[in-house]
Design a protein around this ligand. Sequence first.
Ligand SMILES: C[S@@+](CC[C@H](N)C(=O)[O-])C[C@H]1O[C@@H](n2cnc3c(N)ncnc32)[C@H](O)[C@@H]1O
Length: 279
Amino acid sequence: MQGPSLEENKAVLPFLRWAGSKRAVLPILSRFVPKVFGKYVEPFAGSACLFFYLSPSKAVLADLNAELIDTYRAIKQEPGSVSRVLCKLPFGREAYYQIRNQQFEKGDQIRRAARFIYLNRFCFNGLYRTNLAGRFNVPFGAPRNATVPSRNHLMQCSAVLANARLIAGDFERVVSENVSKGDFVYLDPPFFQTEGRVFRQYNSKPFMRHDLERLAALLKQIDDVGARFLLSYAKNNEARVFFRDWHSRTITLQRNIAGFAGARGKAQEIVVSNFPLAT
Ligand SMILES: C[S@@+](CC[C@H](N)C(=O)[O-])C[C@H]1O[C@@H](n2cnc3c(N)ncnc32)[C@H](O)[C@@H]1O
């Protein structure tokens, strides 16, 4: 299925790189989104591609990664100040490791956000990984021509974030406490599968079978409330078992997580929903 390209659409693009980002499939994914809904809820935000693409007028954006959510808060509230700090940071491998070693107080929201964005743009594959002490430890790996997002871009993202409530927390609580009748929930969790290796370790807590069971129960809860959901997932045996009661469609995408067996090249994922999917 072909949709308009992102550039044709003039959509707001995410300002972060993210493992498992849906950026490449946005034109396809967005065609499955209902035309009208109450509030937009995205509990596994990551770089929040679909959120920025749709620019909803009322939203809840959440992730377990508190540093990520703090960064969204800073961009929502003070994009110009974050941009000023970000633009002054030096480029290069040596500078990267110096900045990675820096630590700022929790209250120093602007410098913490600038550091987060900088490390995200220049680290290996846009990964987010921490050591046991919770410190970011991804090595330098800037793509050719890597840059930091422009002030204008951060301003655009800030305008979209202005309509969103931002929550750092587990998906089950976020959905249970924030979804009501008429809402639209987009879920893009890490994948759990028993066979082979998939990338699922976004933070100190990997996504396990128990999380998949909680997720499957939550889909039923969203449906019971009278909201609609769209879920992205790997096309694997677990998906066939856990999501068999719902509508589904296969989509093909380009995977880009290096360092994991068979993780580059074309992959098949599914979208699962509690409403008929557009053809
Ligand atoms: C596949 S990524 C989402 C990618 C996103 N759709 C994008 O386009 O960038 C999955 C996200 O789920 C988050 N996550 C992992 N476990 C979680 C949990 N228990 N509750 C909420 N978020 C979680 C990770 O931090 C990660 O950002």
